[in-house]
Design a protein around this ligand. Structure first.
Ligand code: AMP
Ligand code: ZN
Length: 110
């Protein structure tokens, strides 16, 4: 979609630090990391909310997350997977993305 920064990253029109690309997903480093490891996993298709992802995209995003955790060495110690949905969650980019955060003990969210 035009004017979507993540579509531009996925299409290679905007630079990013890519980690992995699969049939349905594109994963890259968050430009303002909130943890030592902070990766965004986005579907290649422009989808605005998680409930609009299809089964292939969901499966691919979660498999890709697990693969990234393995590659970046955070799988054994654990990591957080987060979807921000809508304004109360602080969603800034309206192209669905899963945040993978790891590399240190996370504060409890509750
Ligand atoms: P959210 O609040 O869930 O919409 O998260 C958007 C995330 O995208 C934030 O953590 C930003 O730091 C990140 N971000 C914004 N622009 C870029 C970019 N060009 N490359 C990588 N990450 C980005
Ligand atoms: Zn998009």
């Amino acid at each position: 979609m035009e004017d979507c920064i993540f579509c531009k990253i996925i299409e290679g029109k905007l630079d990013s630090e890519k980690i992995i690309e699969t049939a349905n997903s594109f994963a890259f480093k968050d430009i303002h990391p909130k943890a030592p490891v902070h990766i965004l996993i986005a579907p290649k298709r422009h989808v605005e909310r998680p409930e609009l992802l299809n089964a292939h995209e969901l499966e691919d995003m979660f498999n890709t997350s697990e693969e990234i955790a393995q590659i970046l060495g955070v799988k054994d110690d654990g990591y957080r997977l987060v979807f921000n949905v809508g304004k109360h969650a602080g969603q800034e980019v309206e192209h669905v993305h899963l945040h993978l955060l790891g590399g240190r003990v996370a504060k409890s969210m509750f």
